[in-house]
Ligand binder design. Sequence first.
Ligand SMILES: Cc1cc2nc3c(=O)[nH]c(=O)nc-3n(C[C@H](O)[C@H](O)[C@H](O)COP(=O)(O)OP(=O)(O)OC[C@H]3O[C@@H](n4cnc5c(N)ncnc54)[C@H](O)[C@@H]3O)c2cc1C
Length: 333
Amino acid sequence: MSETITITGGGLTGLSLAIALRKNGVAVALHEAGSYPRHRVCGEFISGVSRETLETLGIAETLADARHHRSVAWFSGNDHLRDNLLPEHALAISRHLLDDRLQKTATALGVDLHTSSRRKMNPHAPGEIWTAGRKPAKGGWIGLKAHVRGISPKAPLEMHGGPRGYLGVTPVEDDWHNVCGLFRIDKSINARHEDLLPAYLSENGNTELAHRIAAAEWREGSFTAVAGFALGLQSPTPGVLSLGDSHSIIPPFTGNGMTMAFQTAETALPHLIAYANGSRTWSEAREAIQSQITKRFRKRLTSAKLLHPLLFHSAARMLLKHAPLRPLLTLIR
Ligand SMILES: Cc1cc2nc3c(=O)[nH]c(=O)nc-3n(C[C@H](O)[C@H](O)[C@H](O)COP(=O)(O)OP(=O)(O)OC[C@H]3O[C@@H](n4cnc5c(N)ncnc54)[C@H](O)[C@@H]3O)c2cc1C
């Protein structure tokens, strides 16, 4: 193997790809703008990933002690609408723990990891991969997340909806519950920092949950917020191989974004190995990866895009209460 792969962005896509490449003898440099461990805005609920994908990437052990959840309770406003079985077990683990474990594995395998290293895009540069996450865009959304303890859970997994957004409650490690939501930005909300979470929930009609969260113990440093991004396909930059969220963002209610991060790495892996060992040029590898990724995720992204607005519609209550949810959720796998 002679060619080095340079990855920009050490989230799940970049870290899992770096680990898989090193396990296949490829030299990898990875640049991450931040450092580890860190909290990220994420529901921390992984839905639809197969054991085979995790094993191909060499990261199955990292998730071996993740919590398994099979059912979810749906709420609208303060009303408990129904409980429903997921198409398969979902995994739950905090990003604080998961990303840190992956960076330790990557480092132990010899990935040349540079933290606090923010890079610029370098279009057409051979062997360069962009996994830097969401691209800046006017999307009108705000994502809010925190870890809380003593929340008096109503079910193993809770999903709370309303006209302005939704929020999931997921148990992660050490009695902490991750509370993470996506809301339409509302400039009339007069709150800052941690207070934003209960304020958005109250505006969304989830007042009972807002009180439970406000009264709980908050894990220090865990509150994070993100805005300035759009869902769906991210505007591509010619000559740049973008993977994970940099390629496309599936609406978070699917719990499938982390799965897509792993699956884009899995799709890219054989082509990058072929490039590194000289049996394929960079442009051949890049084009093959782009075309396979488009094919692999087209149906899922389209289904999620169609379903997402329904969650905010006044009909959402009826849909959530009566629709056969398992077949709908299977569409977004
Ligand atoms: C509100 C919300 C809830 C979500 N809930 C879930 C969920 O429950 N389940 C699920 O599966 N998915 C969920 N997701 C989606 C999931 O978080 C993402 O799909 C996943 O994190 C994508 O991983 P990634 O590695 O592509 O990007 P990221 O995890 O965003 O990683 C990108 C990395 O690149 C770094 N970076 C950025 N710019 C640069 C630069 N210029 N140079 C170097 N490094 C850079 C960043 O610091 C970051 O570490 C949610 C998303 C949102 C917004």
